[in-house]
Ligand binder design. Structure first.
Ligand code: FAD
Length: 310
């Protein structure tokens, strides 16, 4: 059995594993795909102290760093269920898709999240070539250009306000007949001179020249007419889905499905901690996931030294 079992091998999981291993305790990492979302990222310019890097490069560095320590890395392993310890101080079980199960005194959940996509032609083809999901990450790449934000919830409207300060023009596209964002955000958005708001508009296609995005089509859901908008970037803000389905019914989740953690990363289940994009901690970023992973790991260690052996 492990002292600390980390489930998920993105930035949060890698940081958690290194912090645990440095305490000299038995540490394992089970991950469906070591590297996580970072593997799908092209340029990264906001990982502080590294001016510029690429996702696959950072993912390889994460793995290399973890491998410097005595950590049992189980890649390509998907967790399907968590069974809390039968008694305080007992072992927690993590069941895997392949039928095996792992046991550990503490577990750190760091299974991350995924952006909900529009599922329209061109979206996948132009991902990282104009189709973006993170305004904090990619906003500056569109300085002086025209962009659209898809989605009129809080994250879409926040993104539009943020981007309006950087880019030449923002078109906000909302499927519904009204925006769902907080009133104060809507007021701010409507006060900006370089923002157009389209409602009852359904994005139907992403256009490009083979290299980069050059426009999108949307359907006016009232008239049924199709329109084209010329632009260079599209930020999709229709939801971030936490990878927490396997925890339903065991670990307390927020209405959005995020694992609820306290300020030490402890979840509702004793000995089970969580970090990164899968949790309620706001602002989903690499540097934040790493910090949270380190914190959850120290939380788990603290828990271990305070728990008497069952
Ligand atoms: P993730 O990176 O999502 O890792 C989750 C891990 O858990 C993976 O190993 C996954 O395979 C595994 N996993 C999931 N489910 C299971 C399961 N059931 N069992 C076992 N393992 C499982 N952030 C920045 O700071 N700067 C950027 O420039 C930037 N650009 C981005 C660009 C794109 C295209 C995307 C998608 C994200 C970007 N982000 C960026 C966000 C950043 O990648 C995330 O905030 C960060 O990766 C979160 O780390 P994490 O460890 O919490 O989760």
């Amino acid at each position: 059995a492990f002292d600390v079992l980390v489930v998920g091998g993105g930035p949060a999981g890698a940081a958690a594993a290194i912090y645990a291993a440095r305490k000299g305790i038995r540490t394992g990492v089970a991950a469906e795909r070591f590297g996580g979302q970072v593997l799908d990222t092209l340029g990264i310019e906001n990982f502080i102290s590294v001016k510029e890097t690429e996702g696959p490069k950072l993912a390889a560095a994460l793995e290399q760093h973890v491998k410097e320590y005595d950590v049992d890395i189980m890649n390509l392993q998907r967790a399907t269920a968590l069974v809390p310890a039968a008694a305080p101080g007992g072992l927690i079980e993590v069941k895997l898709e392949n039928g095996a199960s792992l046991r550990s005194k503490t577990v750190i959940i760091s299974t991350g999240a995924r952006w909900r996509s529009m599922n329209v032609p061109g979206e996948m083809e132009y991902r990282t070539k104009g189709v973006a999901y993170c305004p904090h990450c990619d906003g500056p790449l569109f300085k002086g250009k025209r962009v659209a934000v898809i989605g009129g919830g809080n994250s879409g409207v926040e993104a539009a306000i943020d981007l309006a300060g950087i880019v030449a023009h923002v078109t906000l596209i909302e499927f519904d007949s009204k925006l769902r964002a907080d009133a104060v955000l809507q007021t701010k958005l409507r006060s900006l001179p370089n923002v157009t708001i389209l409602m009852s508009a359904q994005t139907t296609e992403v256009h490009g020249d083979g290299q980069k995005v050059n426009g999108l089509s949307y359907k006016d859901r009232i008239s049924g007419e199709l329109h084209r908008v010329d632009l260079e970037g599209i930020f999709v803000q229709i939801g971030l889905l936490p990878n927490s389905d396997w925890l339903k019914g065991t670990v307390e989740l927020s209405p959005r499905g995020e694992v609820i953690v306290d300020d030490r990363g402890q979840t509702s289940v004793p000995g089970v901690f969580a970090a990164g994009d899968v949790t309620t901690v706001p602002y989903k970023q690499i540097i934040i996931a790493m910090g949270e992973g380190a914190k959850a790991s120290l939380g788990a260690f603290d828990h271990l030294i305070r728990t008497s052996v069952a």
